[in-house]
Ligand binder design. Sequence first.
Ligand code: GUN
Ligand code: ZN
Length: 451
Amino acid sequence: MTLLADAADPAVHRGRILSFLSDPGDATDAASYRYFADGALIVENGRIAALGPADSVLAQLPIGIQVADHGDNLLLPGFIDNHIHYTQSDVIAAGGRQLLDWLQDYTFVEEARFGDPQHARAVAEFFLDELARHGTTTALVFCTVHPESVDAFFGAAERRRLRMIAGKVLMDRNAPGGLCDTPERSDRESRALLERWHGKDRLHYAITPRFAVTSSEAQLRVAGRLARDFPDAFIHSHLAETHGEIDWVRRLFPTSRSYLDVYDGHGLLRERAIYAHCIHLDAQDRARMAESGAAAAFCPTSNLYLGSGLFDIAAADAAGMRFSTATDVGGGSSFSLLRTLDEARKVARLQGQDLAPLRAFYLATLGAARCLRLEDRIGRLEVGAEADFIVLDLKATELIARRTAAARTLSDVLRILMTLGDDRAVKATYILGRQVHGEPAATATITPVAS
Ligand code: GUN
Ligand code: ZN
């Protein structure tokens, strides 16, 4: 094994290691995950080359190798945020009462600034710094209608070697003139951006009609044609977030059975299609989501901030519908997936349901990767997977230290982290094995075993 002995970052990491194999649901047994209380992983050429109990992994290494020793802290796959707007980084905590006036009064005003490439680049860099600080290593990202906003985002993500998914927003009505394109322009600009960015290094393109309210029939037909022409591209939009929006969609598309049916009728339901919110769906919609392979992004901080409603986990499960957790910054109020998991659990509790800690961490890692159909590369710590991982600090605050010291099970530790944790709990973030956030870990050198 050739280790990156001359690279700045250690190639060997020791600590607690957790990675999921399947959806734990409410179960607490170990069948759905792998957990090493004292584990080690080795990174080679940006991928995980070995993983297991520290004593057996370290025994294979030559004497003198440096090991990053994370002590009691927890190594996890990087968080995956399946719905976020980088162009709304400066909208978090804005006023507004509910979705439609929040969009008009705050969000569209801010998004109008993204025709300026310099502004777009500066916000993209801030946004990606925030993701790293919060332990998010992949995201499905809304840009704005301006191609400049997409170039700025992908350029910044490419320089950081991130696995990121994004696209130009398609909107041609019911929004300020400066934010509207036309069906012809959305086709031409999306194709040019797809050719430029889709499949470049770790980047993927998402065909991004904002929501049915802001797209004409003609523009949705363009989106459907793009989806047909680029079968491995992502589709990213909003769906059934508020009653006001649903009433408007009903008036705009009177022949469609439901809001979902508008997208379905334009060929926009399939694997790799992610719809944010999916709160007010009926049983037929949920069954159709499940059958098509499309997935929902459950955005609890946004749904609570804007008072949109409560995502129904039990109904999604009963229908076999895929979903994962997402922040929806800036309707959402935090970049932190830990804060998001806490709010997701509260949304469940308000409906007499639950979100067990193991399942919560699954949804933010492997579950999200599965919604994206990227689970062969990200969302898990396994040999061959890309080495995007984070280290969570079990002593991040006095209270977290006190509570984790008393924890008896892995579920206890995870519940404490998701209830009390935020960016302070993210001690380090690694992309392809390279540290991009946090202080370097203490290192130890492998020494000969005393005989
Ligand atoms: N629906 C259409 N656009 C948006 C948006 O920017 N944020 C949210 N939360 N919902 C939307
Ligand atoms: Zn959104």
